[in-house]
Each structure stands twice: as structure tokens, then as C-alpha cells.
Design a protein around this ligand. Sequence first.
Ligand code: C2E
Ligand code: MG
Ligand code: MG
Ligand code: MG
Length: 290
Amino acid sequence: KAKEQRQGAFVVYDSSMQQPLDERVMIEKYLRTAIANNELYLNYQPIIDLESGNVWGFEALIRWNNPVLGFVSPLSFIQIAEDCRLILPIGEWVLITACHFMKYMHRQGFENYHISVNISVVQLMHEGFTDMVLDVLEETGLDPSFLEIEVTESVVMDSFEATVAKLEFLKTKGIQIALDDFGTGYSSLSYLKQLPIHTLKIDKSFVDGIIDTLDHLSLVDSIVSIGHDLGMKVTAEGVETGDQVAFLQNCKCDKIQGYYFNAPMAEEKVLTWLSEWNEHSRNKLCKHNP
Ligand code: C2E
Ligand code: MG
Ligand code: MG
Ligand code: MG
């Protein structure tokens, strides 16, 4: 079945399927020159503050268009980039590009928006990581309070104390930290409590379940409560329907992100999207208010 889908685009493999070796080798080969050949770019997905309806900011999501391989999903190449450590230059490129873009937005008068950037475990473990982040902020001139970095539970659990120290340090500089894909890992509540985390991002798999299963429904509600009890904000990812929005509003989730508002979009579309949001699309949210 995977073979049928292979014309043109690469198939996304979940962890139960092995990505064929030749495909991994090809991806690694072309990834080596992807930055130099300008094949990488970022898309931006809006994150909405649920209470005010204001746009809080955007998550930067990497895209790769290679002349031979076509579009390759980050789900197919991030792991490979981590394995061969290419994620270090790629991750730095992402951070620079995203911070530049947000600084540009601020200069255009869109002053209160944040940028959220995914950080891989390999980056976080790298000794130069915190210096790199501070350098990028200085070079781009972006105020640290407008940068959020997203790490996953596995990142944090891999070497707990060293990681927490780095995140604490970045926090003292004013950078916000989000725990991505929350609920899919194994971190216990006692660990969670020790993390310098501002925001929990509830994984899409729980948000998907909101309508069809009572189980997931109460889980989302519980995650929001736990986050708030720990003094954190909570963001729901992968929100696709108005019913999900209504439910999330009811359980006082702080922010939402998903196709319901917009899929990740090209840089050129962001300003237009923003002005449209401020004028009309906001009704998408308001109509759910009691
Ligand atoms: P993530 O950080 O959890 O990002 C959210 C993913 O969900 C994105 O997939 C986004 O396009 C998708 N998404 C958002 N809303 C919806 C929705 O309503 N429905 C559905 N079906 N999907 C939605 P994307 O862009 O393919 O990225 C996949 C993963 O790749 C990301 O998951 C992240 O873990 C990783 N990734 C992406 N960009 C970067 C990057 O610059 N650096 C690193 N280290 N990882 C990245
Ligand atoms: Mg993310
Ligand atoms: Mg992620
Ligand atoms: Mg996620």
C-alpha cells in the first residue's frame, strides 16, 4: 500500500513501519545541501488566545522542497536530521529565520505577536545551545519575551537535570517554554512540577477524541486543570471543528491552534491573514461565546 502512494511524494511512516534504508540514505544525502540550495523554508500557523480571540502568535513549521525528492514532510526527515546531527545547522537556520520574521512583523506595526519554534533533543543537548539562542536573539533584535521554544517530554526526560538547568536559564532571559505533544510521553506529575514550563500543548490525538469519546473528553478537561493547578497555560493542538472550540472554551483552555483557523501558511500570506482575522474570521470564535 505504501508503494502505491509513493509516486511523487514520500510516504509518512509511523513508528510501526520501517522507513526503507534507501529512502533514509537519499534523504540524508539531499538534506546535506538543503540549506545551501535554499530548499528549506518555514510555514507559520496561528495560535489564538481563546478568551480574547486575539492572535497570540505563530508556530514556525519547517518545509522542504527538493528538486529530486519533491516535498518531504518533517515527519519523514527530522528524525534523520537528528540521527546525523544535521539538525544542528537546520535547527539554527529555523530559529534565525523565525526570529527574523517576527522582528519584521513587529517593525510592520504588528507588535504583540509571539513566535514558537520546535527544538529537537539533539539541539537541546548540544553544549552551545543556550549561547546559540541568545546570539540569534541579539542578531535579529527580537525581544526574548516574544520567543517560545517547544520541547517534547522525551527531550526533557533524556537527561533531566541538565535539560532543566538549560531551560531555567533561558527562562531567566525571558524566553517562554512550551511542552509539545503533551500526553504522548511518560512524564509523571512530579517531574512536570519541576519543569520551568509556561505552556502545555495538548497533543492532537486527545483533541481529536473530544467529540467521539467521553474518555478523551474528560482527559482534555483534566489536562487543562492540571496545567492550571501547576501555574501553566494550556494550548490545544490540531483543533479542526467548531464543536472542539466550544468544548475547549468551556474547560477554559487558554490557546488553540489548528486547521479550524488556518493550516500553516507561507510567510507572504501571514499579513493578509492577520488583517482578515481581525476583521471577519474572529466571528468563528465569537459565535461560540454564550
Ligand atoms: P508539532 O510541533 O506537534 O506541530 C504540529 C503539527 O500538526 C504540524 O505538522 C501541523 O501542520 C499539524 N497540524 C496543525 N493543526 C492541525 C490540524 O488541525 N489537523 C491536522 N491533521 N494537523 C494539524 P507538520 O508541520 O507536518 O510538522 C510535524 C512535526 O514535525 C511537528 O509536530 C514537529 O514535531 C516537527 N517539526 C516541524 N518543524 C520543525 C522544526 O523546525 N524543527 C524541529 N525540530 N521539528 C519540527
Ligand atoms: Mg510544535
Ligand atoms: Mg513537536
Ligand atoms: Mg505537537
